[in-house]
Structures are given as C-alpha cells and as structure tokens.
Design a protein. Sequence first.
Length: 311
Amino acid sequence: MSDKILEVIKSAKRVAILVHESPDGDAIGSALATLLALRKINIDADAIVSEYPFMFKILDKIELFKTNSNLEYDVALVLDCSSVNRISNIDIFNKANITINIDHHDTNTSFATYNLVDRGGPACCLTLSRLFKSWNIEIDKSIGSALTTGIITDTVGFRYNNISDTYDFVSSMIKLGVDVTKLYYKILTVNTMPQFELKKIAQSRLAFYCDNKVAFTYILEEDDLKLGTKTGDHEGIIEIGKDIEGVEVSIFARFQDGKYRVSLRSNNDVDVSSIAAIFDGGGHKQASGFVTDLSLETLRDKLILEVSKRL
Ligand code: 5GP
Ligand code: MN
C-alpha cells in the first residue's frame, strides 16, 4: 500500500493534507511533517488546518499551514482521523478524485480510496516516520520535530502504548539534533496561567463513583469566558483524575459551541472506545472522546452506568 500511495501522490496535480477537527499534537505533527516531506520531493501540497492549539506555534515552518483554501485538489490525504465525520474541511475531501487515509486508530473505518491504517500504533507520526523511510525521504530536523511532537502528545509523554520503535525513532531524532526536552516541556508540561486556573476549578469539582474507580469533572462555558482560555488550555485536565491511585476511568466534559465535548481515559482494561462509540464518538481503547447534546447530569449518569458495566 505504501508504494501505491506514493505513486498516487506523485501523479497528483495538487495534494490537500487534512486532519481531524480539534486537531491535537499528532494531527498537527502529522500534517506538518507530511507537508514538508512532500514538498521535499517537489509535490505541490497544502496542509489546510483551520485552527490549532497555541503551543504548536513553536514548530518550525508551521506558518506554512493554510487556514482555508479555494484551490482545486485532486488528491486529499487525511491524517490521524478515524472516520469521515471527523474530517475538518470536509468539502475539500468530498471534491477530491482520490482520497488517502493514513491513521493509527483501532476504530478507523477505512473510508478512503487508499487506506494505510496501523491499528493500535502509538501515533500517526510514528506510522509516517516508517512511511517516509520507505519512500526514501530524508527526515530532517523540521520534519523530525513535527513527528516527535505527535509521538510525545499521543503517548502523553511516553506514558501510553510504549513500544521499542517509538524509542528507536526518538533516539534517532535526538542524534539528528531535535531538542526533545524542549518540545516535551513547551508542548506537554508548561501550563499557561488560564490553564492552571482551569485545572484548579476542574480539580475542585472532581467527583468519584463506583468505589472511587471512576473520576468525573467538567468545565463550563462561563469558566472559559471568565478566564479567557484558548484552544489548548484544557490539555492535562483529564489526567488529574486519571493519575489518582485506584482510578480505572477518568471522564472530563467541557462545554464548547453549544455542546459537551467529552474525553475518556482508561488506566487498565476498560475499553473506553466502546463507550465513546455509543455516543457516536471513537478513539482508542485507553483514550477516546465524543461530542454530545445531552445535559451534564444526563451525560454523567449515562457514562457512569456504561463504565460500571465494564468494571
Ligand atoms: P481527546 O480526549 O484527547 O479529545 O481524544 C482522545 C482520542 O479520542 C483521540 O484519539 C481522538 O482522536 C478521539 N476522539 C476524540 N473526540 C472524538 C470524536 O468526537 N469522535 C471520534 N471518532 N473520535 C474522537
Ligand atoms: Mn493520533
């Protein structure tokens, strides 16, 4: 499949690189690395990413992203996205003659003309690192920093889904001169002041259910308005409950654009992607999410019931 994808990309007039809505570090890193890699082999490509969390501004050449585009693209390359209904800038995808899907989600629906899905892999960025090698594209420092970013964020700082390939790749990036410590700090560790204030609110609301095996917290629209939070300031809140001893499942809901956006994390065997799927969401066994119109109370009760069935 990797050779076929390269052949399709090489014969394209113009390639659009797309990611999922509310893009995270893996989506951003994947889009930037792929944009730079394709331009290296003289392919006319654009990455169309409408909005992304502020901390990724430190990435070299991220200013090449287009927020939108009216150009014609015959090939649409979708990265880190499990299903069609999550694609940002879907009109570009719909207009393309040929579509390509490169991803690592277990729940990926193989929605494109060509699908390369590394199910269960730690990050789309790691999948891409292998792909670029097989295409003989040199991973330079800028591409390497973008790929390392996706690995750091999707493994939450090497805490999830650790495989030796990840460490081999990151080790090779350190040899190349990528400042992994700085990326880790700027992207994962440092908190903005509003982010810290949000964490305090979320921590004060943290409630436990099912013999303290389930942790639940939330952020309201008024909290965001009061603190002037930006996209990215909610990162880390889900980990507060998750990192408490004995907690199996951590739930975080926040109000955004008239709906609740819900994150689920599992520490052990509970498959939270099966719970997210009930609400038309998805993700991985240990990290999933969805968006819902339900009220906070109904949402909480339904989720606790679903988790309790799986404990
Ligand atoms: P997060 O909680 O960080 O937003 O998302 C965790 C994981 O769940 C990510 O892999 C993300 O792709 C997936 N995810 C989050 N929200 C949704 C959603 O609304 N639909 C689907 N299909 N997956 C989601
Ligand atoms: Mn990912």
